[in-house]
Design a protein around this ligand. Structure first.
Ligand code: 3LM
Length: 405
């Protein structure tokens, strides 16, 4: 790692994202870290191999659980999130499912926010229930509801903030204090904010999970997941959830691509946020847009949650297209620059319709009950020039209004 003049000075986010844990002199001077493209590792002797297997010595055995390119990525993200250690997996769902499979057992109860990514909802309400783990979905923006749910024993709380798809905010410090008082774990999905804007561990969370497919990778060209937190917990996840329960190993090449993505993470998030702020303000003034959700423009209690735990609004904007599904579709189909696609956090601006796409897994009844409306649209603001994104929005809003019966 490069030294600054002042050894007590903690280097900034981007400096650590670029340099931490890698000295080129350990790899023939190579500026970028090597990709250890290997599935297995040789042992000096049978005795050494046995010691590695017995955990009596540190080192590499087999690529399903550990690889040096992954290890560098894990070290960097753990540092950027303010956690002790991390474990990398093949996708965000790989990370979330390995976490639950490792830390929960039959008979346990989970308290989760009712608004989460569609497949996290499916894991909680369908996957885990098959193995005797029960989830109560509640409204975690209501701390009284959290306290009430916490009266019965529970093993973990799980939530996203900002939440997918409507970007509502949950008070990390307050919820994790309630969980800690009951010896339960707090697991926060920090995919939407990234550690540039929010570090849940600093507010009391035990574990942070990520879909690195999104902003951490940043270019829409990979799938990956990460879990960060106390070393004893990430070790459990590596040695159980990853090793034999999911086998969801991240390839060394993809670990390298995320390391590349991390170098520009702060820069990208700053630009995503600047454009998203302008776009959210623009949408607020549009006659056919009924409501705009953007963390930095939250009001009331949500505003104070935002101020306490986030340092910027991020790159996602959600909004309600007044008049329901047909008009919303017409508007989305009229876009020319913006792509209709799920996922988020890429250089390209993406628009998607949660009710029929990312949150279809909820089913119509549950969506209605939890306020995921048919008119809700999620917009992932990319890195194109802001004015070009605004131009496309303007022409699509005009076209949808013109065609309206
Ligand atoms: C999406 N989301 O478009 P992967 N946690 C959060 C997420 O948003 C996601 C995951 C975990 C979307 C993916 S939908 C078919 C495409 C907050 C994914 C899961 O396994 O890396 O996709 O992460 O909202």
């Amino acid at each position: 790692m490069t030294e600054t003049g002042n050894r007590n000075h903690r280097q900034g986010f981007s400096t650590r994202a670029i340099h931490l844990g890698y000295d080129p002199q350990t790899a023939h001077g190579a500026l970028t870290p090597p990709i250890y493209q290997t599935s297995t590792y040789t042992f000096e002797s049978v005795e050494q191999g046995a010691q590695l297997f017995a955990g009596e010595r540190d080192g590499y055995i087999y690529g399903r659980t550990k690889n040096p390119t992954q290890a560098l990525l894990e070290q960097r993200l753990a540092d950027l999130e303010g956690g002790e250690a991390a474990v990398a997996l093949a996708s965000g769902m790989g990370a979330i499912s390995a976490t639950f499979w490792s830390l929960l057992k039959a008979g346990d109860r989970v308290i989760a926010d009712k608004i989460v990514y569609g497949n996290s909802y499916a894991l909680l309400t369908k996957g885990l229930t098959k193995f005797g783990i029960r989830t109560d979905l509640i409204d975690m923006t209501d701390l009284e509801a959290v306290r009430k749910a916490a009266r019965e024993p529970f093993a973990a709380v799980f939530f996203e903030t900002p939440a997918n798809p409507n970007l509502r905010l949950i008070d990390i410090a307050a919820v994790s204090a309630i969980a800690r008082a009951r010896n339960a774990l707090t697991i926060v999905d920090n995919t939407f904010a990234t550690p540039v804007l929010q570090r849940p561990i600093e507010h009391g969370a035990d574990l942070v999970v990520h879909s690195a497919t999104k902003y951490l990778g940043g270019h829409g060209d990979l799938l990956a997941g990460l879990v960060v937190g106390k070393a004893e917990l990430t070790k459990e996840i590596r040695m159980h959830g990853l090793r034999y329960m999911t086998g969801a190993t991240l390839s060394p090449l993809v670990a390298f691509l995320i390391l590349r993505g991390l170098k520009t993470l702060e820069l990208r998030i700053r630009q995503h946020t600047a454009s998203a702020t302008e776009i959210a303000r623009f949408l607020l003034g549009q006659p056919h847009i009924a409501d705009v959700h953007y963390p930095a423009l939250a009001k009331g209690e949500a505003k104070s949650v935002y101020t306490r735990q986030m340092s910027g609004g991020g790159g996602l904007v959600s909004f309600e297209y007044g008049g329901g599904l047909e008009k919303a579709r017409r508007f989305m189909n009229s876009l020319r620059l913006v792509h209709r696609a799920v996922s988020l956090g890429d250089a390209e601006t993406l628009i998607q319709h949660p009710a029929t796409m990312t949150h279809a897994a909820y089913g119509a009844e549950e969506r209605a009950r939890h306020g995921i409306t048919d008119g809700l649209i999620r917009f992932s603001v990319g890195l194109e020039n802001t004015e070009d994104i605004l131009d496309d929005l303007r022409q699509a809003l005009d076209a949808a209004a013109r065609d309206a019966p």
